[in-house]
Design a protein around this ligand. Sequence first.
Ligand code: PRP
Ligand code: ZN
Ligand code: MG
Length: 213
Amino acid sequence: MDNILRIAIQKSGRLSEDSLKLIKECGIRFDNGAGKLKTSATNFPAEILFLRDDDIPGYVEDGVAHLGIVGENVSVESDRDVNTVHKLGFSKCRLSIGVLREHDYAGVQDLEGKSIATSYPKLLGKYLAENNVTAQIHEISGSVEIAPSIGLADAVCDIVSSGSTLLSNGLKEVETIFKSEAVMIASKHLTAGQQDLLDQLLFRIKSVQVAKN
Ligand code: PRP
Ligand code: ZN
Ligand code: MG
């Protein structure tokens, strides 16, 4: 096992397609049978694991996966002890606060005493503390943008990409608290052989990125 790199990528979601594309552009070939959660590369000593993105930082911290491709938002929120080895330049998005469109909003102090629904309690808590605002954080794992319209919270803090989810739920973006893109994270416990494979992979990734610019 010492000379195999296990790379965890998102099974389905906004990072999946570009993560697979990047691995293929690095010249790594594998059989990607539908529904398969693990596959071996045929021309590089690597295995690809298809996981929920939120689980990837934990697997990489534990060394079950040696590398992972995740949003920086997910990695930072997870607070896991991993190395961020490279920014990948895709899946750019931002973590923002939104309020109902009809609400007047003058600034972050308006959030004092309010309730905010989010899947990012740590990042939001840090932002509120830095701004000396005390608000109630309601943690929910998805469909966060529904919260204000059903009276569950006064505001939301969630990922914004195109902005269409905010728009279609009657919300407006009022603060951006974190800018994110896909990153490669690595375990802190790689063997010398795995570190060498990671260096080879990073060299290929950088070449692919240079060729695109
Ligand atoms: C993400 C995010 C927002 C939406 C933003 O949700 O949580 O809800 O996408 O994208 P947009 O600005 O382009 O509309 P996702 O689809 O990942 O589902 P989830 O909320 O269940 O994680
Ligand atoms: Zn997710
Ligand atoms: Mg969402």
